[in-house]
Design a protein around this ligand. Structure first.
Ligand code: SF4
Ligand code: SF4
Length: 479
């Protein structure tokens, strides 16, 4: 296959994109560990299942239906056409029909019909069900086997967004004291330490200093990774994983700003772009987002730039709605590192300063993270960056990229060890599409994808290196 060909796959099964299921109908047995009271209490949720949880859960459901009109519409308008059934990677991977988006949503619709329709209230509707222990267990299992990726919504003729249904179900469960250890632990760490990994400020600073030494040794240039620099031009909010796991991405930010002569900083109050509130409830989504704005105000920066993180960007684009206008910043709306690089490319800032051959070891393909692509409309920018800094770029099949991208298999709060069978199963469609290209470098702009994809690619025997777009850009950049 030649570089830059973008085949459309008409029959995914024939093309090896819908491989046989690994654990037919076995996903019901896989569940997240439940949250710990110390974490839930720290983030404003009940420490354990509340008394009268059924009643309180239904009251919360009523509140969400009132606040979110789209949710009521999604409850009412599904015609069960089936167009979404084979579009979810967790169904394609597990073979469990309960992972059909329509069946997942049906768990909530049954409860909706029972309590919010006249026939349901009169108990004369067979398609209705009580919100009882058995139903709650199904909610807990299957709404945490959905990565809130929205792929199904692209194929629904009515635009039903099952991710919104998942979010509402999780919000209801959180309100009655039912949530997962992984998600609540991460949110609690953000309030305590400023980031998802729980890195203390001193360790963050130390690591930035180590990076400076390493990069100076490698390049001979005094490239800085500044922390809490009051009055800097730019506050960078990367996913905290960039400073510890995806170090090439962090180095990429440093080289980029050095090359442009820009004064930038990170903040120890908020060194996390990621927002796990998105996977839990509205209150925490808003509160985690606010920390970014507060950090920018504390450091009196002109601009906030979000780093390579999917759910960070999905949270970021909600900032003006959740947290008020961003008029004090330039630009007065959320700004992503990919948008910034593209703007600089178009202004000619890197003319004569890029050596694409530095990346000639790689045949590169690009994985659209669900949250930057479907939820965040960053579709062209990463591709423009890659084409600018590599000679060999190839797209995956057209029905697996851009708005139709497959989830990596671990978004939406699923990147936890106890869900490994679901993660590997859900990661299979993406792995097969990568295999189809023959690429040996899988670029992406999301920290969760960067954590999941090496494991799922290895599991499905697809030999690629996984890294950021900025990693490749920085390799090609002449300093
Ligand atoms: S595609 Fe839409 S209308 Fe059809 S079954 Fe799925 S959610 Fe319902
Ligand atoms: S939002 Fe994504 S993970 Fe959830 S049901 Fe739809 S396709 Fe599946």
């Amino acid at each position: 296959m030649k570089f830059d060909e973008t085949p459309i796959v008409k029959d995914p099964a024939k093309e090896g994109l819908s491989p046989p299921n690994i654990r037919e109908n076995a996903s019901a047995a896989v569940r997240c560990y439940p949250s710990k009271p110390k974490d839930t209490q720290a983030i404003g949720l009940p420490g354990e299942r509340v008394p009268n949880w059924q009643e309180k859960g239904i009251a919360k459901f009523a509140e969400l239906l009132e606040k979110n009109k789209a949710l009521r519409v999604y409850m009412d308008i599904c015609v069960r056409c089936g167009a979404c059934t084979d579009k979810c990677q967790f169904y394609l991977g597990t073979g469990d029909p309960q992972n059909f988006p329509v069946m997942r949503a049906e768990l909530m619709r049954k409860v909706y019909r029972r309590y919010f329709t006249p026939a349901g209230r009169a108990n004369t509707l067979s398609e209705a069900a009580d919100f009882d222990e058995e139903m709650l267990e199904k909610w807990y299992t299957y709404f945490y086997q959905c990565s809130e990726c929205r792929r199904c919504s692209v194929f629904c003729p009515y635009g039903i967004d099952t991710a919104e249904i998942t979010m509402a179900a999780r919000e209801i469960m959180a309100s009655i004291g039912v949530s997962t250890k992984y998600v609540t632990e991460v949110v609690a760490k953000v309030y305590e330490r400023g980031n998802n990994l729980g890195i203390p400020p001193a360790a963050w600073k130390d690591n930035c200093e180590f990076l400076e030494q390493d990069v100076e040794e490698e390049t001979g240039k005094p490239i800085r990774f500044p922390v809490d620099d009051y009055g800097a031009d730019i506050l960078l909010v990367p996913p905290s994983a960039d400073n510890f796991a995806n170090v090439d991405t962090m180095i990429g930010y440093g080289k980029l700003f050095y090359a442009l002569g820009i004064r930038w900083t990170t903040s120890t109050y908020c060194n996390e772009g990621g927002n796990f509130g998105l996977f839990l409830n509205y209150q925490n989504l808003k509160k985690v987002n606010k920390r970014i704005i507060d950090a920018a105000r504390m450091l009196n920066v002109k601009t906030i730039i979000w780093g390579e993180c999917g759910h960070a960007w999905r949270g970021a684009i909600l900032t003006p709605t959740l947290n008020g206008p961003m008029d004090m910043f330039d630009p007065p709306y959320p700004y992503h590192i990919s948008q910034f690089i593209v703007k600089m490319i178009r202004q000619g800032a890197f003319e004569g300063r890029i050596d694409k051959s530095a990346n000639d070891d790689y045949i590169v393909t690009y994985h659209d993270p669900c949250n930057t692509a479907r939820a965040g409309q960053l579709l062209d920018e990463p591709r423009e960056i890659l084409r600018y800094c590599v000679n060999h770029f190839i797209e995956m099949p057209r029905n697996t990229i851009r708005e139709k991208t497959f989830c990596c298999g671990a978004g939406g709060g699923l990147l936890t060890d106890e869900l490994m069978p679901i993660r590997m199963a859900g990661g299979k469609p993406r792995a097969m599409a990568v295999k189809h290209t023959g690429a040996n470098y899988l670029a992406t702009i999301c920290a969760i994808c960067k954590a999941q994809l090496p494991e799922s690619m290895h599991y499905w025997d697809v030999p690629v290196k996984v890294g950021g777009t900025i990693d490749l850009f920085a390799r090609a950049l002449l300093l």
